[in-house]
Design a binder for this molecule. Structure first.
Ligand SMILES: [Zn+2]
Length: 328
C-alpha cells in the first residue's frame, strides 16, 4: 500500500516526468527559463537556442563543497544569448543544495550519500538515490553531451584536470571536446556509478567531468577559468560562437588511487602536479603521540593529480591519485 508521502512523491514524480521534457519541447526558440525540478526543487536554467543543435547538460554542486562550478555556471547562463545559440543548454546549478547550506564537503547530510556513487539511483530510496534516479530517467536521456563541474575536496589540493569516459562508443567524441579546454591533464574514468560516467560508460552519452579548485574555497580565478572552459566546450559543440586557441594537454590512460591503511596524523611530502618516481616518499602517518606509524612511498612513476593535504588520515580515505606515465 502506498502511504501518503509515497503517494505525493509518486504524484510529483509523474508530473515532473512530463514537465522537463514538455518544457523543453514547448519553449519558444531563442528563450531562457529558470525552474525548479524534482521533489528536491533543484534549480535549473533551460536555454533554448534560436537554431537547432545539440542539447548540452551542464551540472555543478554535486559535491557540495566543490564551489567554483556553481557561480561559473550561473554566470554563463546569465551571459548566454539564446537568440544567437544553436541547440539547448540544461543547466543544473546545484545538485546537492542541502549539503551546500550544511557546509558539507561533498555528501548529502540527510543520508550521507555521495551522488557520484549513486547512479542509476532508486526512486524509492534515500534523497541521493532519488536524485540519481531522477537524473537517470528524466534528464540524461535528453542530453547529447554532459559536462559535470567538480573540484578537489576539503583538504584535498588538486591540479586542474578532467576525466573522460573509457567507453569506446563515446571516448573519441568526448576527447574532441576535451581538446578545446584549458585543463591540461586528461584522465580516464572507468566508473559506472557516477552521473557523467554512468551516462557515458553505460548509456553511451559522451561527456566530461571537470576538476578545478579545491579545499572548500572559491577563488575568483577558478570561477573565471571555469567560465572560459564552458565557453570553449559550448563552442566546440557548435552551440555558441566563441574563438579560442587550443592549449597543450597531456592524455593519460591510467590513474592509480592510493588509500590510507590506518587512521592517524598525516604529514604530507607531496604537492598537486608533483612528478613522483617509484620509491619516492609521499608522506608519513603518525599516531597522536607523534610516533611514526607508516611511511608511504610511490609504487609508480607519475604525476600527482590530487592528494590528501590536511593532517587527518582515515582508513580507506584517498591518499593520492597519480596519473601514470606510459611505460618506456
Ligand atoms: Zn566532486
Amino acid at each position: 500500500m502506498l502511504n501518503k508521502m509515497a503517494l505525493m512523491r509518486h504524484f510529483f514524480h509523474t508530473e515532473e516526468k512530463k514537465m522537463l521534457k514538455r518544457l523543453l519541447d514547448e519553449m519558444k526558440a531563442g528563450t531562457k527559463k529558470q525552474i525548479s525540478v524534482s521533489a528536491e526543487n533543484l534549480p535549473v536554467t533551460l536555454i533554448k537556442g534560436e537554431y537547432p543543435g545539440k542539447t548540452v547538460l551542464i551540472s555543478a554542486g554535486m559535491h557540495s563543497g566543490e564551489y567554483p562550478g556553481v557561480p561559473a555556471l550561473g554566470n554563463i547562463c546569465r551571459q548566454m544569448d539564446p537568440q544567437k545559440m544553436h541547440g539547448s543548454v540544461i543547466a543544473f546549478h546545484c545538485l546537492n543544495i542541502s549539503g551546500l547550506y550544511a557546509h558539507s564537503d561533498a555528501l548529502f547530510p540527510e543520508d550521507g550519500g555521495n551522488l557520484n556513487r549513486c547512479f542509476p539511483g532508486d526512486e524509492n530510496g534515500t534523497v541521493s538515490q532519488r536524485i540519481a534516479a531522477f537524473m537517470t530517467k528524466e534528464v540524461l536521456p535528453h542530453a547529447d553531451f554532459i559536462i559535470d563541474l567538480h573540484s578537489g575536496g576539503l583538504g584535498e589540493p588538486l591540479t586542474p584536470c578532467l576525466f573522460y569516459p573509457v567507453q569506446k562508443s563515446v571516448k573519441e567524441e568526448s576527447l574532441n571536446i576535451a581538446a578545446s579546454l584549458t585543463l591540461p591533464y586528461l584522465l580516464p574514468s572507468e566508473s559506472r556509478v557516477g552521473m557523467f560516467s554512468y551516462a557515458a560508460n553505460v548509456m553511451h552519452i559522451p561527456g566530461l567531468l571537470l576538476e578545478r579548485g579545491y579545499s572548500g574555497i572559491c577563488e575568483e580565478t577558478w570561477i573565471r577559468e571555469y567560465e572560459e572552459d564552458l565557453r570553449r566546450a559550448l563552442s566546440a559543440l557548435n552551440v555558441i560562437a566563441y574563438e579560442y586557441k587550443t592549449m597543450p594537454q597531456h592524455l593519460f590512460e591510467k590513474v592509480i588511487y592510493m588509500e590510507f591503511e590506518e587512521q592517524g596524523i598525516w604529514q604530507c611530502r607531496i604537492h598537486a602536479e608533483d612528478e613522483v618516481r617509484k620509491g619516492d616518499l609521499l608522506g608519513i602517518v603518525y599516531d597522536l603521540f607523534g610516533n611514526p606509524v607508516h611511511e608511504y612511498r610511490s609504487d609508480y612513476d607519475g604525476i600527482v593529480m590530487y592528494h590528501r593535504g590536511g593532517i587527518t588520515a582515515r582508513t580507506g580515505d584517498l591518499l593520492t591519485a597519480v596519473a601514470l606515465k606510459k611505460e618506456e
